[in-house]
Design a protein around this ligand. Structure first.
Ligand code: CAA
Length: 259
């Protein structure tokens, strides 16, 4: 029997919002929750009425990590042959539209990793980030050792991963883990403002800009710049480029048709 849904989904204007909703377990990321999150993200990605997506949790927890109780008795063959973590954990990486993680409270272990898989993190002032897996006799398993290190550098990542120390929101902003910190009460309004701004822009240029930034993590500088150049030139084939530039020249707001 499947438990009741562990996420809440709504569309506000042209922004799709997925709220992780497993409050009694601080949004621990069990298989059901990750499957539901993945399905909701892919549905928003296909929906032409949605231009940007927010993933958020509660005021107390974005997500306190993978579900320890669910995984504690798994054997090595269980985790290897059932594609544990691989299945459903990385769906967010398939999404072409921008995904904003609006993080309040704990973002630990898989919760921190999920936030880092999103395109940007907007943090409430009560946010706490950490990779405490070492306390459990394991290490991060959804990209934490790689994405945290790329985001904040080796020393800080080593300290956090080797000692399980958490970072508060102010430190996370100083370390460039998050785009910005806002008061807890303003978190959703600020995340929606980002989403609405993105929704007002040319869809093709937004999707390509996202790809261009992501290319920086996967390639050399020379190849990355070449990739960017091809993408930049390609956008001159779109109606939105003509509209954007004509609107500027004519001192009016652009009316993008997403073509
Ligand atoms: N898995 C399963 N249940 C969890 C959980 C998790 N990751 N985190 C919290 N919970 C549950 C608790 O067991 C508790 O449930 P009960 O009421 O049934 O006992 C409930 O959520 C509330 O938690 P606490 O009572 O512990 O709340 P707290 O405010 O005292 O502490 C906390 C909060 C510091 C986040 C603490 O809950 C904690 O340390 N959680 C575990 C964090 C962690 O180790 N995360 C990494 C998981 S491994 C991982 O993510 C692997 C990977 O890379 C993919």
């Amino acid at each position: 029997m499947t438990e009741a849904s562990m996420i809440l989904v709504e569309t506000i204007g042209r922004v799709g919002v997925v709220r992780l909703n497993r409050p009694k377990a601080l949004n621990a990321l069990c298989a059901q929750l990750m499957q539901e999150l993945g399905a909701a993200l892919l549905a928003f990605d296909k929906d032409p009425a949605v231009a940007a997506i927010i993933v958020t949790g509660s005021e107390k927890a974005f997500a306190a990590g993978a579900d320890i109780k669910e995984m504690k008795d798994k054997t090595f063959p269980d985790v290897v042959f059932n594609d544990f973590i691989g299945a459903h954990w990385e769906t967010v990486l398939e999404v072409k539209k921008p995904v904003i993680a609006a993080v309040a409270g704990f973002a630990l272990g898989g919760g921190c990793e999920l936030a880092m898989m999103c395109d940007m993190i907007l943090a409430a002032d009560n946010a706490k980030f950490g990779q405490p897996e070492i306390n459990l006799g394991i290490i991060p398993g959804a990209g934490g050792s790689q994405r945290l290190t790329r985001a904040i550098g080796k020393s800080k990542a080593m300290e956090m991963i080797l000692t399980a120390r958490m970072m508060d929101a102010a430190e996370a902003e100083r370390a460039n883990l998050v785009a910005r910190v806002v008061p807890l009460a303003d978190l959703m309004a600020e995340a929606l403002k980002i989403g609405e701004k993105i929704a007002s822009l040319s869809g093709p240029s937004v999707a390509i800009a996202k790809d261009a930034v992501n290319a920086a993590f996967e390639t050399t500088l020379t190849e990355g710049v070449k990739t960017e150049r091809r993408m930049f030139l390609g956008l001159f084939a779109t109606a939105d480029q003509k509209e954007g530039m004509n609107a500027f020249a004519e001192k009016r707001r652009p009316n993008f048709t997403h073509r």
